[in-house]
Design a protein around this ligand. Structure first.
Ligand SMILES: Cc1cc2nc3c(=O)[nH]c(=O)nc-3n(C[C@H](O)[C@H](O)[C@H](O)COP(=O)(O)OP(=O)(O)OC[C@H]3O[C@@H](n4cnc5c(N)ncnc54)[C@H](O)[C@@H]3O)c2cc1C
Length: 314
């Protein structure tokens, strides 16, 4: 119920104006992102690099309303990729199709994505496509199929909670995909998505096992989750299937479960952290709040008398 309300609020312009203008929101936002600029993201990437942890960087933004805004997204990713190349960081980039004008003109938007993919490929890095709400899944899977045939660097996020995902995943095996599997972050009806956490975790595990089974055929897989019990089972499955830790990656979000992430790396797992930056943080921030009821306590405290101090960078 709470999750659903927060996800509803993530689409509400009035609440967005309220939250964005509130000084109390800032310390909370900074728990999940290092700042709004490329320099902030690079600083976080360097700190992770010092711990020998690679990263993924995403420039926040979705559902842009003009071609000019979509062109500006391309320019920003070009600047980001150039800065990453200069820094020599092991960093992927992650994008959302609606940030490239997907709601306006899909062929044009795909050309914009191609421009960024060419640069990522030339730089030897990965360009991952996030999965957005269910209305975009058909077209995103199609776009990824096309891109995966052109660019070895292309990766796609699939959401375990969607009823359709097993079918999408099997269809994509034909292009030897690079899949980031996640539970799913949007508000979706029962006709479209599993609703119970246990069911989503069980489905995640089934899909992960299937992907691991294809690891020897060039299928690459990343588990985007902070769920330590699920990760324990996935690692056990990998051992059972004789898949070594080098054949998959664990991916987590900046600022979440950092201690557990370090412990996994110390045990020999490959772990990568997704850093988000940019000014368009509102819907993304609300999805982060919705993911963990404990975050609401922080919200209540920060809008009360006592401001919350930001947690130290992971
Ligand atoms: C690398 C990466 C990329 C992602 N890309 C996408 C995408 O493209 N599309 C999409 O729909 N979703 C994406 N997600 C989000 C994902 O769908 C889940 O909403 C999110 O990861 C929370 O689920 P969980 O698997 O961590 O498990 P949960 O069961 O939600 O969480 C497990 C534990 O992790 C901690 N935790 C999890 N989230 C938070 C949080 N926000 N704040 C504080 N603690 C938390 C808590 O301790 C919690 O008990 C991505 C997630 C990651 C890690």
């Amino acid at each position: 119920m709470l999750r659903s309300s927060l996800l509803w609020a993530s689409q509400n312009r009035t609440i967005e104006r309220l939250v964005r203008s509130s000084r109390a929101a800032r310390p909370l936002v900074s728990r999940f992102m290092p700042g709004e600029t490329i320099a902030d993201a690079l600083r976080a990437a360097r700190a992770l690099h010092a711990e020998r942890t690679p990263c993924i960087i995403t420039y926040l933004g979705e559902n842009v309303a003009s071609g000019a805004a979509a062109d500006a997204t391309v320019a920003e990713y070009e600047r980001l990729l150039a800065a990453l190349a200069a820094q020599g960081a092991d960093a992927h980039v992650s994008i959302k199709l609606t940030q490239f004008g997907w709601d306006l003109d899909r062929p044009r938007a795909l050309d914009r994505v191609r421009a960024v993919a060419r640069m990522a490929q030339a730089g030897g890095t990965t360009l991952a496509i996030d999965m957005e709400s269910s209305a975009y899944v058909d077209s995103t899977v199609e776009a990824y199929e096309a891109l995966a045939r052109e660019f070895d660097c292309a990766a796609l996020c699939l959401q375990a909670y969607l009823q359709r995902t097993p079918g999408d995943m099997r269809r994509l095996l034909a292009v030897r995909p690079y899949i980031r599997l996640v539970k799913g972050a949007y508000r979706e009806p029962a006709s479209v998505a599993l609703q119970r956490r246990e069911d989503v975790s069980a489905r995640f595990r089934e899909l992960a096992r299937e992907l691991l089974g294809h690891a020897g055929e060039g299928v690459r897989v990343a588990f985007g989750t902070h769920d330590l019990e699920l990760l324990r089972r996935l690692r056990q499955d990998a051992r059972e299937l004789a898949v070594p830790p080098s054949a998959y990656e664990i991916q987590m979000l900046y600022g979440i479960n950092s201690e557990a992430r370090r412990a996994l790396a110390a045990e020999g797992e490959r772990v990568r952290v997704l850093i988000s930056y940019g000014t368009a943080w509102y819907p993304w921030f609300m999805r982060r709040l919705a993911e963990n009821p404990a975050n609401l306590l922080l919200v209540a405290r920060s809008f009360g008398r006592r401001p919350v101090r930001p947690s130290p960078a992971p």
